[in-house]
Design a protein around this ligand. Structure first.
Ligand code: F6R
Length: 607
């Protein structure tokens, strides 16, 4: 799950490689490295940790050469050390890799027996030795790569640089994405168009199984069978600017603050503001009336957005929803209805498990819808119908604005489904849409609670465990609150359905465990309030997040956070904000790396 770039430049290439890698750090930041050709010889700089360490290494000892490859790593095989950092190289070839070579052990044993000396614990190094071996036996670089690819099992995108070949780069993809860019006397390879945006907007996406041989003035693409093929070149709309933090200390804080605006932008794509009716974007229209069921699949935070949507589709459209964590979906072997709709939710559009689920559903004859934030992503390109979120670039590894934008899209889709299936009247639609239109204002008001939440975060930073409780659509928000806290503050946290607490987890409650209760004053409030009393009776310290009416019935709490009153339908988008802020400020108190927490990556492209 790493980022790769390759460039045949007109001038010194190392700064360009770093420029591309900056835009790929979201795919991993355990180590980074580049290799270039200096008078035909492969030379490398590699560094453990973030890209800035590699930049420092290059500043201290710059690399010459106009041709090169680069990598930013999320460790799968082998610790995040310099020795395991890519590019991996022999005298004759250097390679960068995103993905996993599943049969690397067997290949490593075979190559070791033939005399190859391995210097890392990675799966990638076998690729360098395989190609090197073929070159030593007299194969051309093209043939050597072709032979090596035949030996590899797993998912990968690869870029190769060859000693003595200043005008040649070879790339290959199977499972993991790879794009190529066309410049003025320069050519580029990259994990996505974002990496190549500083250099070109003319992009060709390789298809699964393709490999490509690039020189400065020629591009030859071959399919898996080795036949020369043409792939369309498109103009990418990805902006080349590196997004900055503005006045914020972290991207996450900026992205939380942007939510009223980006949710507004997203809603405008799905709602006709003048008529107050749902209107799906052009190319994203879909009729839900003929469906028996809806299958939703996603990972992490996006999965929690799907959990909220299940309540909405079932209530407003009487449409039964099956929802799965994407990494589990295929193993459950659910019976799928050909012609049915499978809905994938993904910020990056590159999550390997979600993509594998998409392909599985497609193979079963289902139609594929995608709620996706990156329009050029693989999931967006492979879906039949795209329902775009307009969150803009999300840099913070912990997803915030993409989540609320996903909820906004799913809310609009649930209303559309309710109308298509004749469950909602025109009047119902108008009411629900009116509550969506109010959202940006209510979200902006909720953000004003930040100073109160910041104070509370000091208490949370001393906790070892935190529980989050909610009922109905507040339950997935409790799960999301717990996920946000653990991923950026490293404090253990769990989200529970409030009614489930007494079936086990209440044993964890004592005066050291803060319990965050999400309870809008709706039809479920009384029941959640009883669960709150059960916690209080055992010395638990409650933080209640509720509205004005709920606060009046709060009883004894450590703190009560009062969010603006809203229609119950839209409360998940409002209650998401205090839990995001609580996680953020707790992490800031603890001094963790908020935007790039340990062990994580923004885009998870391995299964
Ligand atoms: C948590 C988080 C992850 C992602 C998950 C899916 O804050 O960001 O749980 O939600 O990895 O990623 P996408 O949405 O890119 O498919």
């Amino acid at each position: 799950m790493c980022g790769i770039v390759g460039i045949l430049a007109r001038d010194t290439v190392a700064p360009q490689l770093v420029e591309g890698l900056k835009r790929l750090e979201y795919r991993g930041y355990d180590s980074a490295g580049v290799a270039t050709l200096d008078h035909g010889r492969i030379v490398r700089r590699r560094a453990e940790g973030k890209l800035r360490n590699l930049e420092a290494a290059l500043a201290a000892a710059p690399l010459a050469g106009r041709s090169g490859i680069g990598h930013t790593r999320w460790a799968t095989h082998g610790a995040p050390t310099e020795a395991n950092a890519h590019p991996h190289a022999t005298e004759t070839v250097a390679v960068v890799h995103n993905g996993i070579i599943e049969n690397f052990r067997e290949l490593r044993d075979e190559l070791t027996a033939q005399g190859a000396a391995f210097t890392s614990q990675t799966d990638t190094e076998v690729v360098a030795h395989l190609v090197s071996h073929a070159l030593a036996a007299g194969a051309t670089p093209r043939l050597a790569v072709q032979q090596a690819l035949k030996r590899l099992r797993g998912a990968f995108a690869l870029a190769f640089l060859f000693a003595g070949e200043d005008d040649l780069l070879i790339g290959a993809r199977r499972g993991s994405p790879l794009a190529l860019g066309h410049g003025d006397g320069e050519v580029y390879l990259g994990s996505d168009a974002v990496a190549l945006a500083p250099f070109t907007d003319e992009i060709t996406y390789l298809e699964d199984g393709d490999w490509v041989a690039l020189t400065r003035d020629s591009v030859e693409i071959f399919d898996e069978a080795g036949a020369l093929v043409e792939r369309e070149t498109v103009r990418s709309s990805v902006a080349s600017v590196v997004v900055d933090k503005g006045a914020h200390r972290h991207f996450m804080s900026k992205e939380i603050a942007e939510q009223p605006e980006v949710v507004g932008h997203t809603l405008v794509r799905f709602i006709d503001m003048t008529s107050g009716r749902v209107r799906l974007p052009a190319g994203g229209d879909f009729d839900f009336s003929g469906l028996d069921r809806l299958a939703i699949s996603a990972c992490g935070t996006a999965y929690y957005a799907g959990l909220v949507a299940r309540y909405w589709f079932e209530k407003f459209a009487r449409l039964p929803v099956d929802i799965d964590i994407a990494s589990e979906f295929r193993y459950r072997e659910p019976p799928l209805t050909p012609g049915g709709l499978a809905l994938m939710i993904s910020q990056s559009g590159e999550t390997a498990d979600t993509l594998a689920t998409l392909r599985h559903c497609r193979a079963q004859g289902m139609k594929i819808g995608a709620v996706v934030n990156v329009p050029t992503s693989t999931i967006a390109r492979e879906a039949d119908v795209v329902f775009p979120t307009v969150a803009g670039v999300e840099v913070g590894v912990a997803s915030t604005k993409a989540f609320t934008c996903q909820l906004a899209v799913l809310a609009a889709l649930a209303i559309k489904a309710g109308r298509d299936r004749k469950v909602l009247s025109e009047e119902d639609e108008a009411k629900l849409v009116a509550s969506l239109i109010e959202l940006p204002r209510l979200m902006a008001e909720t953000l004003r609670l930040e100073p109160q939440i910041e104070k509370l975060a000091q208490t949370f930073s001393k906790a070892l465990d935190v529980l989050y409780l909610g009922r109905g659509t507040s339950y997935p928000i409790a799960l999301e609150g717990a996920l946000k806290l653990k991923e950026i503050s490293y404090i253990h946290a769990e989200g529970y359905a409030a009614g489930e607490l007494k079936h086990g987890p209440i044993a964890l409650v004592d005066e050291n465990v803060p319990v965050v209760v999400l309870a809008p004053y709706d039809a479920l409030f009384e029941k959640t309030a009883s669960n709150m009393q059960e916690v209080a009776a055992r010395g638990g310290r409650i933080v209640l997040i509720t509205d004005r009416e709920g606060a009046g019935h709060a009883g004894d709490t450590l703190a009560t956070i009062v969010v603006p009153d809203s229609y119950a339908f839209v409360s998940p988008l409002i209650y998401a904000i205090p839990v995001q802020l609580l996680a953020y400020h707790t992490a800031v108190f603890m001094g963790t790396d908020v935007d790039q927490p340990r062990n994580l990556a923004k885009s998870v492209t391995v299964e």
